[in-house]
Write a protein that binds this ligand. Sequence first.
Ligand code: NAP
Ligand code: MG
Length: 477
Amino acid sequence: MALAYAPSLESTPVRIRERYDHYIGGRWVRSSSGETFATINPATEEALAQVASGTAEDVDRAVVAAREAYERVWRPMRPADRAKFVYRIARAITERSRELAVLETMDGGKPIKESRDFDVPQAAAHFFYYAGWADKLRYAIPGASDPSPLGVVGSVVPWNFPLLMAAWKIAPALASGNTIVLKPAETTPLTALLLAEICEEAELPPGVVNIVTGDGRTGAALVAHPGIAKVAFTGSTEVGKAIARTLAGTGKRLTLELGGKAANIVFADAPLDQAVEGIVNGIYFNQGHVCCAGSRLLVQEPIHDTVVERLRDRIETLRLGDPLDKNTDIGAINSAAQHAKIRELVQSGIDEGATLVEQSCALPTRGWFHRASFFTGVTQAHRIAREEIFGPVLSIMTFRTADEAIEKANNTPYGLSAGVWTDKGAKSMYVAQRLAAGVVWCSTFNQFDPSSPFGGYRESGFGREGGIEGLRPYLTA
Ligand code: NAP
Ligand code: MG
């Protein structure tokens, strides 16, 4: 029987303003249209704040401010001094970590233990890491003794790791001497705006970092702006393709971090306790709103029934509920639209003949929630085996031999990540080398470090973030 836990609510040491403007040229600037939109707490369905709707004019002002800062201040600055600013931002993120974690959880719905222990420390780590690179750029590109920055970077990021994705864009852009205009996702703009406040407190020269809020139209105006030298996009494959079309022939640089449908491959000789935890982490972390989620589980036939039984028991122990509760494992689904998308795909799984297993807990009466669940009896043709669900829903399939596992794992247009669980090192290597995925985790899952490059193949995009590889797209030799 599962233990009952008393609620353990995180306090909310964060002051949320009624209205947020854009952060442009070091100032807080109203939208030129005067329009705003509400950002919602998905766990309560209540509006947290009104946020400026970015127009093409707002985007233009931000790009002009970023260009000016690039030419007058940031590019001429001694690299060691740029490093100090990047380092200061890192320090300020750690100092304001509780505030950032609480705000991330309120705006996006992820469990506080994840925003506190993963998103915020990883965001700080990215700034710390890239601060170290700022005065060592001559080692970033082999053979290039004096690589230069590109100019103004335009970045558009999604809602699943709002602060962390902003950090993945801003830290390398600044360390390499570029300035940036960033558009956070419509449903989760608040931590990027708090990061702007941090930049202000760090006395970062005005215009080096600019945040323009809005929806997809604001993002489209940003990537199409002629003053942008490089676009760094994270989001869906569909929008990534549209951006690639917009940029074709413009000479702008582009990196795309897109969707995924990762295979998590479990061999019969794998240490099962660890593998089950890895499966759970792979698909239920952040409610499955993870581009590299292990959303297709490939289990070797002899252990299929055992793994299914273990998973059935394990998901019963996951606590679903208030994201601000420190015991919560499964928080809120980010938006009503995402909730509807997950439910539609789950229904398709049922209609196509797969068997759904869900945790049995009650759902909160307010907010958008989805139980941790998995499907058995899935075939490769099912939509739930092919499409990114981006929710806490796992599709389980089987295989007999390593080569069959590799073939099934690679049978997807995506290629972002994969997992391999076996007791045999040689088998891990054999399989990992044959998987078409940017990252392969062996006997673990979802491991991140700022020094380690992350990115995809095929429809998961191109370019890498993190490490020396993540610096190169921001430089020209
Ligand atoms: P999305 O719809 O592509 O949105 C991503 C961002 O692009 C948002 O800020 C969005 O604004 C904006 N946008 C929408 N239409 C645009 C357009 N035509 N031009 C420019 N920008 C536009 O993706 P999402 O649903 O928010 O995020 C989930 C996706 O991101 C998943 O596919 C996931 O796999 C992927 N992802 C990938 C990685 C990675 O590193 N590979 C990491 C995280 C997430 P709005 O907020 O207003 O829609
Ligand atoms: Mg929100």
